[in-house]
Design a protein around this ligand. Structure first.
Ligand SMILES: Cc1cc2nc3c(=O)[nH]c(=O)nc-3n(C[C@H](O)[C@H](O)[C@H](O)COP(=O)(O)O)c2cc1C
Length: 305
């Protein structure tokens, strides 16, 4: 099997437009940001917008989070997810407000509950993939136990971010631990953490994983996928960002569109190495077409410097 390249679920970034642009540049699979099973139960409008999938969007998996096995299983059956290719369960988020609720990476402290959630979801997810995204452990690394639990509970594949929850984003992703995870189970294992270029990608693939999931390395540079796949052809940044905007225009009114895209424009401009003074202009924009024009002028100015 050829190694697969996955776009990570990232709250605030993995919107339908960004996902599709990454897919155009070669991401084989993309994920929504994490969606609350409770919010889905209560029909939250905000969550519905986050679960928007553009027509023609390539392989995309919806990620859910929660701690209640029934609510999680019910969420899997929600019509919102009919158009997605799979369901992914978040067992990695280390954010204090999520962990305090017993959700995300807190489930790594309670493997019997984690297993129950996966097996209840498995019962509902029959014709598409069910996967789990984990960290190495909560306080300590117990990744072998974790991935075996995922496999035994019915997951089709796991993605391992090579840090414990306690580490948050400090240090480097532990590639030896990811290699051990891969060697411990039969289901596919995807490696995640700190892949930003050909060298870090080669390091991750050397662990033997079935593919690489990329998060921060894609923010502001969705073309990373074509670079890592050695695809030839020009990268038209303006066309890519215009597509991102057009997809989100289908769901958000102008005011929200500007807000949703501001961080993306800032990230795109940062990757162009535009000076801070130039980048800050995005913060003042209230009109998306003006933001696009500003971006175009930055590309013309800084692209080849
Ligand atoms: C802004 C941001 C939001 C994130 N949101 C999620 C999320 O919704 N679900 C999830 O499983 N992980 C989330 N993550 C973690 C990433 O998916 C990924 O595991 C992590 O960033 C490490 O990969 P990287 O080094 O390639 O960025 C988020 C990370 C960032 C930076």
């Amino acid at each position: 099997m050829q190694n697969k390249f996955l776009l990570a679920p990232m709250a605030g970034y993995s919107d339908a437009g960004f996902r599709e642009v990454c897919a155009d540049f070669g991401a084989d699979v993309t994920f929504t940001e994490m969606l609350s099973a409770q919010a889905i139960k209560y029909d939250s409008e905000k969550t519905k917008a986050l679960a928007f999938r553009a027509s023609g969007e390539k392989t995309c998996i919806a990620q859910i989070f929660g701690k209640d096995a029934d609510a999680m299983a019910q969420a899997c059956e929600n019509p919102l997810f009919k158009c997605f290719d799979g369901i992914d369960i978040n067992m990695g988020c280390p954010a204090p407000k999520i962990v305090k609720n017993g959700e995300g990476s807190a489930l790594l402290k309670n493997l019997p509950l984690a297993s129950k959630i996966i097996s209840e979801c498995r019962r509902k997810v029959q014709n598409k993939s069910l996967s789990v995204k984990v960290r190495l452990g909560f306080d300590e690394n117990n990744i072998v136990e974790i991935v075996k639990m995922c496999e035994d509970s019915g997951a089709d594949f796991v993605t391992v971010h090579g840090r414990t929850a306690k580490q948050m984003y400090s240090g480097r992703a532990d590639l030896d631990a990811i290699a051990l995870a891969k060697a411990s189970v039969k289901i596919p294992v995807f490696g995640n953490g700190d892949v930003t270029d050909a060298q870090t990608c080669a390091g991750m693939l050397a662990t033997g994983v079935d593919g690489v999931m990329i998060g921060r390395g894609a923010i502001g540079s969705p073309w990373i996928f074509s670079q890592l796949k050695n695809r030839s052809g020009d990268i038209d940044k303006i066309q890519a960002i215009s597509k991102h905007v057009e997809i989100l225009r289908q769901i958000y009114p102008e005011r929200l569109l500007v807000l949703m895209l501001r961080k993306h424009f800032l990230a795109y401009a940062a990757k162009l190495h535009a000076p801070v003074k130039e980048r800050q202009k995005f913060a003042l924009q209230t009109n998306i077409d003006e933001s696009l024009k500003l971006f175009q002028s930055l590309v013309n100015h800084f692209e080849n410097q």
